[in-house]
Design a binder for this molecule. Structure first.
Ligand SMILES: [Zn+2]
Ligand SMILES: [Zn+2]
Length: 50
C-alpha cells in the first residue's frame, strides 16, 4: 500500500518518507498541516509542538 503526499501527487512506501517529503518539499508540518517559510522553522515547530 502506498502513502500519498496530500500536497502533490508523490507516493511513498512509508509514512516516514511522506513526512520527510512534506517537510523538505512543501515546508508544511505533516502532523497539523501548518505551513512555514523555511525548513528550520518547520523543524523547530515539530520538535516543540509534536
Ligand atoms: Zn508532495
Ligand atoms: Zn505541526
Amino acid at each position: 500500500m502506498a502513502y500519498s503526499c496530500t500536497h502533490c501527487d508523490a507516493q511513498f512506501q512509508s509514512a516516514t518518507s511522506v513526512t520527510q517529503h512534506v517537510g523538505l518539499h512543501h515546508d508544511t508540518c505533516a502532523a497539523c498541516d501548518e505551513r512555514f517559510g523555511d525548513t528550520d522553522s518547520l523543524r523547530e515547530h515539530i520538535h516543540q509542538s509534536h
